[in-house]
Design a protein around this ligand. Structure first.
Ligand SMILES: [Zn+2]
Length: 393
């Protein structure tokens, strides 16, 4: 029996591109990797529907979606963009016997930067078989086994990449959260993160579409895929919607805004307590500096201004539950220079406890933006800093 290989000869912008890339030799190699034998026939798909860098190999009732690498790998996103297209088509295909593969065509450029490796691990986690990675990369690459593996790797990956503004993954004790950028190249990454996380999630997943000015959301094909996965709930969040909810409250002392958390991620990176360094995502919270209730009590502000202060990424810190509570109760304070202070009236034993669990005597200077200092000063207008002492470490 021979395999049937189907591909579109034309790329979206380059006629005949795939005819040039997919030489007889390359097709034979793909056929052997996918089917374990060498006989195949080629069908050229003349439809104009964009399939990305995808070919199909049908053999013995099995349908293999093969996503192809770029021939010239330069940007961090170049190899990533067409894969979610293949994933979406794969999930939209109702046939049962199917598998998703990735094949490196002969290429120039570095296909194995830290970011590429992160993407390959995501793809493996999503169930993608790499047909010939061993020809190009000698170390072993493994799928993520747990969501914690993925969060830690993501964190390291994001620290090394100065241009943030991408998607974030976190978890609480009962849910996993994906804050998914829906704009530009990030939408591909968001789709891939969702599919990968769906495969290893040990609890339900909330995916927040972080919308830009208007109500952009992930592309329909990606939304369909995510719906098919079965364990992800989609939420739509935007400043517009968050503001409407905020303004509907009569007292405006609370703000439940995924946009606020997203802004904190963007400014501070992954969850890490600013006072003890704890990185257990389940117990790290976004803590307002100039509190939402305090903002709403301030006169001479219009609603828009109030809301903008309440969701600003500069108006917050990541704190563990203990430090958040200590901070909100003004048992621990931060002076206007970012030094930690402890309330005077605290009994000695409790001071000792705070000293033993608070490892940072002052905030990291990178946190201390001008806006942040402004919020700290507003907070401290109502905080009794006089009757407190600096935490000596
Ligand atoms: Zn802490």
């Amino acid at each position: 029996m021979e395999a049937t290989i189907t591909y579109r000869p034309d790329a979206q912008k380059t006629p005949g591109l795939f005819d040039r890339i997919l030489t007889r030799e390359v097709l034979l190699d793909i056929c052997q990797h996918v089917t374990g034998q060498s006989r195949f026939r080629v069908v050229k798909d003349r439809s104009t529907y964009n399939r990305g860098r995808l070919l199909l190999v049908e053999y013995e009732g099995m349908l293999n979606y093969v996503s192809l690498s770029e021939a010239s790998i330069n940007g961090r996103n170049s190899s990533l963009q067409s894969v979610p297209t293949a994933i979406n088509m794969f999930y939209a295909d109702q046939r049962l016997n199917k598998r998703l593969c990735y094949y490196f065509i002969p290429h120039i450029g570095n296909a194995f930067t830290d970011y590429h490796l992160f993407v390959y691990r995501l793809l493996m986690t999503a169930g993608v078989d790499f047909l010939n990675i061993g020809n190009y990369y000698q170390q072993s690459i493994l799928p993520y086994r747990t969501i914690d593996d993925l969060i830690i790797d993501r964190r390291e990956n994001q620290t090394s990449n100065s241009s943030n503004n991408s998607s974030y993954v976190s978890k609480t004790s009962d849910k996993i959260q994906i804050y998914a950028k829906t704009y530009g190249a990030s939408k591909y990454e968001s789709t891939l993160l969702a599919v990968a996380i769906s495969h290893i999630a040990d609890r339900p997943i909330d995916l927040f579409n972080i919308c830009e000015q208007d109500l952009t959301r992930l592309p329909q094909a990606s939304m369909n895929t995510i719906e098919n996965l079965g364990n992800i709930s989609m939420h739509y969040t935007s400043l517009f919607l968050d503001k409407r909810e905020y303004l509907q409250q009569t007292d405006r002392t609370e703000l439940r805004s995924a946009s606020y958390l997203y802004n904190l991620f963007n400014r501070l990176g992954s969850k890490k307590c600013a006072l003890c360094g704890c990185e257990i995502p389940e117990i790290i919270q976004g803590a307002h500096i100039w509190g939402v209730a305090q903002i709403s009590r301030t006169s001479n502000l219009d609603d828009d201004t109030r809301f903008n202060h309440a969701v600003s990424g500069h108006n917050g810190l990541w704190l563990c539950q203990n430090h958040h509570k200590l901070f909100d109760s003004n048992i621990i304070m931060l002076d206007n220079d970012g030094f930690v202070r402890i309330k005077d009236s605290l009994v000695t034993d409790n001071v000792a406890f705070i000293r033993n669990t608070t490892f940072k005597p002052s905030l990291d200077f990178r946190v201390m933006s001008d806006e942040f200092k402004g919020y700290l000063a507003r907070r401290n207008e109502t905080v009794d800093l006089i009757h407190s002492q600096r935490l000596a470490v």
